[in-house]
Design a binder for this molecule. Structure first.
Ligand SMILES: [Zn+2]
Length: 331
């Protein structure tokens, strides 16, 4: 059942199957389309309550393949289930269509009281409900890894985005950074304000440790280099087993803090640098990065800025680019 759950979900054949059953060492239960809970018969002593989501953007396939491998390993008993897991396949229609989204970017809708209508808002509500009920049942040391790949190249192909949290709750234990380093992450980007992504949802409403993890560049199914994700694969396996992760060297991680977030506020908004610039490319003081008839030009001041997730074609009112600067290891 588990080893082909992803493909059966995508081709629709999952509908005729039992909604619950056994796997080696535990039970599974389907809570809806693309929402799979695994519960061990006996939780390991270091078990955390873990949400793993993939395909929130439909064309980001490497994370889906990685999750497929994990489920196959659990089903075969190569990885022994020792922790409660909620596995989520995010935007199913857009995965089928191999597009980032169908009508709007799902990863900015994870906010309670969301009143938008449509396919992605409905899905956001279903996923928020699934996470709420999972963390209500399993609340020990909650963790949410939302797995993505990026549209463009990156100076750091694998990096974590840590959602913004107010005050003390924002301080992470150093062990969190060591786990990210061991998982092969190369950089961590610290958000400076609320942004209603899926990982932010778990952080904000459930005080979970949570990250959006960028795992290389967008490629179609079958064209991903999963060897580059060995560290990530191992981390997922240790989490499923409920054993402590490998400890990496925090010195291997570069930390960045968001300094500015430029929004697309008019149709005339444009970014002045090349469309295919890599994430974390740095621009010197005095360089003009954006032009907008409403907000005026944006020029780098005081210290260089690096660009992350630039996309001038976003919907009006959405974020067009993050501008970041290096910072010290937090905590
Ligand atoms: Zn994404």
């Amino acid at each position: 059942m588990l080893d082909d759950w992803l493909s059966a979900t995508l081709d629709g054949s999952v509908a005729g199957r039992p909604a619950s059953g056994r796997l080696p060492g535990g039970r599974y239960r389907l809570h809806g389309e693309g929402i799979l809970e695994l519960v061990p018969d006996v939780a390991a002593s270091d078990a955390r309550s873990v949400v793993i989501s993939a395909g929130i953007h439909g064309n980001e396939t490497a994370p889906i393949e990685l999750v497929g491998e994990l489920l196959a390993a659990l089903e075969a008993g190569r990885v022994a289930l020792g922790a409660p897991l909620l596995v989520i396949l995010g935007n199913i229609p857009s995965i089928r269509a191999q597009t980032r989204f169908v009508t709007t970017n799902l990863n900015r809708l994870f906010r309670r009281g969301l009143d938008q209508e449509g396919e992605e808002p409905e899905r956001a509500r279903a996923l928020m409900h699934a996470v709420d009920s999972f963390f209500a049942r399993h609340h020990h040391c909650p963790l949410h890894l939302d797995l993505h790949t990026a549209i463009r190249d990156s100076r750091y192909p694998r990096f974590a985005v840590e959602p913004y949290t107010e005050g003390e709750a924002g301080t992470q234990p150093r062990s969190a950074w060591r786990a990210l380093a061991a998982a092969g992450m190369q950089a961590v980007l610290l958000q400076h304000r609320h942004s209603w992504t899926f990982s932010h949802y778990s952080r904000h409403y459930h005080a979970a440790e949570a990250y959006t993890l960028e795992l290389g560049k967008v490629r179609p199914f079958g064209a991903n280099d999963l060897d580059a994700l060995d560290g990530m694969r191992s981390w997922l396996a240790t989490l499923a087993q409920g054993v402590p992760p490998a400890g990496g060297d925090v010195a291997d991680l570069r930390f960045f803090q968001v300094a500015f977030e430029l929004m697309r506020t008019s149709d005339a908004f444009r970014l002045t640098f090349a469309e295919d610039v890599a994430n974390f490319s740095e621009f010197a003081v005095g360089e003009r990065l954006a032009e907008d008839e409403k907000a005026g030009p944006f020029v780098v001041e005081e210290a260089p800025l690096s660009v992350v997730f630039p996309n001038a074609q976003v919907e009006l009112g959405a974020r067009a680019v993050l501008l970041v600067r290096p910072c010290d290891v937090p905590g």
